[in-house]
Design a protein around this ligand. Structure first.
Ligand SMILES: Cc1cc2nc3c(=O)[nH]c(=O)nc-3n(C[C@H](O)[C@H](O)[C@H](O)COP(=O)(O)OP(=O)(O)OC[C@H]3O[C@@H](n4cnc5c(N)ncnc54)[C@H](O)[C@@H]3O)c2cc1C
Length: 553
């Protein structure tokens, strides 16, 4: 955190040097002292300081300067730093101008030149003013500031990127936060350049997005080497575990993540069922630890970088990234996970994780204890979740778009739901809005059969509308099941007991895909159990198959 600043302004260089030197001598430990040789230069300096989120405690300006008098300068400086103390330095002849300035121009005090000895004529006055300033001084936030309109997708994804990569920031909504308007003016930014990010050293990144910011934050987006033993795509639990095991067992390993290390697990507020953490652990904390562990073993990590294609070049596996760069490896591990299909309606995005949950959210039972919960989806997972939450919530309402659950849910679950008094099923309904300040408070629900909307109190919304594997970048490369999940090992054997298009004498190893030397682990793998522990298990175990493959090269 930079020290607060004292600004001295005088067009006479000798006087300016003398006053700055006295100020440094007395206050240099606690304050930074800066000098400007005109009113205009002083104002320019003040704008720069405000852009860097620095504070000015005191402006000390000579009155008699060409172009802009001290009084005029102090009046304009007070608009930039309203709390700064404003003091005029005047010659005896200008005393009446100084008194007028105090009365009319909001100048706090005037001092006569010369001020020697300063111990008697300068410091006692400044001490008083600075003590007063310090009494109300709250150090400004010393991190990134994100400037954007609050409800824009760009703003959300930027905030998400920073939060998930654990970079502290302050969000300034340009519509409602006065400070945002000042920063926009100081940086000379227009609306078209939003979202923008201001770094503590005053560097401004207009039209900020994740790749731009990564560069400024020192995150690595390009690999050091041209060839790796193992390239892993996706830094969720499976990818991180494979990276730790691979590197700790001597493999030169590169881990590539398009968003932030941690994957879905990183989005979980508390993982309660992961072995060894009896009180649960925040997903972000687990990710931070795993990433540090991977780095300790020498894993190169690229964030954010997205794999968009893979080519097989003889024994080499060549991965192409979104920015056109490429990397060669002996082995590729696909650990790109899944995303739960998202509901689209205002407010849902912002409240995800604070009342709106996708997929496995059993840990959120306390959130709905004694309150009203909503479940979206008509499949078995939605039914099981409704049954589960009915044990805690006052009421559970299942919202489905169709006419009934019959076509999508097993009968045994429908029977259980019918027999549970605090579960209601509402057909022909959809969520059109989620509301809440910090967490979900209300849902707006549209009933298609009556063509009406209704606002309901809701403590939790649990969405179960299917998981989509991140495999679009693997088109035409490896075999996948009808839902797009990657087939591996014994699952590659067809019903007739034959392996289609498999080029080797041996069978595929566990976790090996239809292309030798390309493996898959975690949620993206067909048949996987979609849990943190199983992702970690698969990632770790796949490394033993990878060693067997490498031994054949
Ligand atoms: C909100 C939430 C809460 C959960 N809570 C629990 C819980 O309490 N207990 C539990 O056991 N399970 C929980 N789960 C499930 C668990 O998080 C997942 O099963 C687990 O994260 C799967 O790990 P993974 O590594 O296979 O995939 P993911 O975690 O999905 O990670 C895959 C990663 O690959 C990246 N990626 C995808 N495509 C590319 C590409 N082309 N290039 C580069 N990177 C790419 C993604 O950005 C992602 O970071 C929860 C899931 C969610 C969403």
């Amino acid at each position: 955190m930079a020290r607060p600043t004292l600004v001295a302004v005088d067009d006479d260089s000798q006087v300016l040097r003398a006053v700055a030197s006295d100020l440094k001598h007395r206050y240099g430990e606690q304050y930074r002292v800066l000098a400007a040789d005109s009113g205009a230069a002083g104002l320019e300096l003040a704008h720069k300081l405000r852009l860097r989120n620095d504070e000015v405690a005191l402006f000390l300006s000579d009155q008699r300067m060409p172009h802009m008098t001290g009084t005029e300068f102090l009046a304009q400086a007070s608009e930039i730093f309203p709390r700064a103390k404003r003091i005029l330095l005047t010659a005896y002849a200008d005393t009446s101008a100084a008194i007028e300035a105090i009365n009319q121009a909001d100048v706090h005090y005037y001092l006569l030149k010369p001020w020697h000895p300063p111990e008697e004529k300068l410091f006692p006055v400044l001490d008083d003013f600075l003590d007063d300033w310090q009494a109300h001084y709250r150090p400004a936030f010393d991190g990134l500031r994100v400037l954007a309109y609050r409800w824009t997708r760009d703003a959300h994804s930027l905030k998400n990127f920073l939060a998930r990569n654990q970079v502290p920031y302050r969000f300034l909504d340009v519509e409602s936060v006065p400070e945002a308007k000042n920063v926009l003016a100081d940086a000379g930014l227009s609306d078209a350049q939003l979202p923008a990010v201001v770094f503590p050293d005053g560097v401004v990144v207009p039209n900020a997005d994740a790749p731009h910011l990564a560069e400024h934050l020192g995150l690595k987006t390009h690999a050091d080497a041209e060839l790796y033993d193992l390239v892993i795509i996706g830094a969720g639990p499976a990818g991180l575990a494979a990276a730790v095991y691979g590197a700790s067992e001597g493999l030169h390993t590169l881990l590539v993540e398009r968003d932030a290390p941690g994957g879905q697990a990183g989005e979980s507020s508390r993982i309660e069922n992961y072995l060894g953490f009896p009180a649960g652990i925040a997903g972000s904390e687990l990710s931070r630890r795993a990433t540090a562990q991977a780095r300790r073993f020498g894993v190169d990590i690229l964030v954010p970088q997205e794999a968009v294609a893979v080519h097989v070049d003889g024994p080499g596996r060549r991965t192409v990234f979104a920015d056109g760069s490429e990397i060669l490896s002996h082995v590729l591990l696909i650990a790109s996970g899944v995303s739960y299909r998202r509901l689209e309606a205002p407010g849902l995005h912002e409240l995800t994780g604070t009342g709106v949950y996708y997929g496995a959210a059993a840990t959120e039972a306390p959130t709905v204890e004694g309150r009203d919960a909503y479940v979206v989806g008509g499949g078995n997972s939605a039914g099981q979740a409704a049954m589960y939450f009915s044990r805690f919530a006052r009421s559970v309402t299942i919202l489905i778009r169709g006419e009934s659950l019959a076509s999508s849910m097993s009968q045994y679950l429908i029977d259980q739901i019918d027999a549970t008094p605090n579960i209601t099923v509402r057909n022909n309904t959809r969520v059109v809005e989620a509301r809440g300040e910090k967490n979900l408070e209300q849902l707006v629900i549209r009933d298609g059969s009556t063509d009406t909307t209704e606002v309901v109190e809701a403590a939790g919304l649990f969405v179960f509308i299917g998981a989509l594997p991140h495999t679009e970048w693997l088109d035409g490369l490896v075999r996948r099941d009808p839902k797009g999940f990657v087939l591996t090992g014994a699952d590659l054997v067809d019903d007739d007991g034959r392996l289609r298009n498999w080029p080797l004498e041996r069978d595929p190893y566990p976790f090996e895909t239809s292309v030798p030397g390309i493996f898959a682990a975690g949620d993206v793998r067909s048949g996987s159990v979609k849990r943190v522990a199983s992702g970690v298990g698969e990632g770790s175990v796949s490394v033993s198959s990878i060693h067997r493959y490498l031994a054949e090269l």
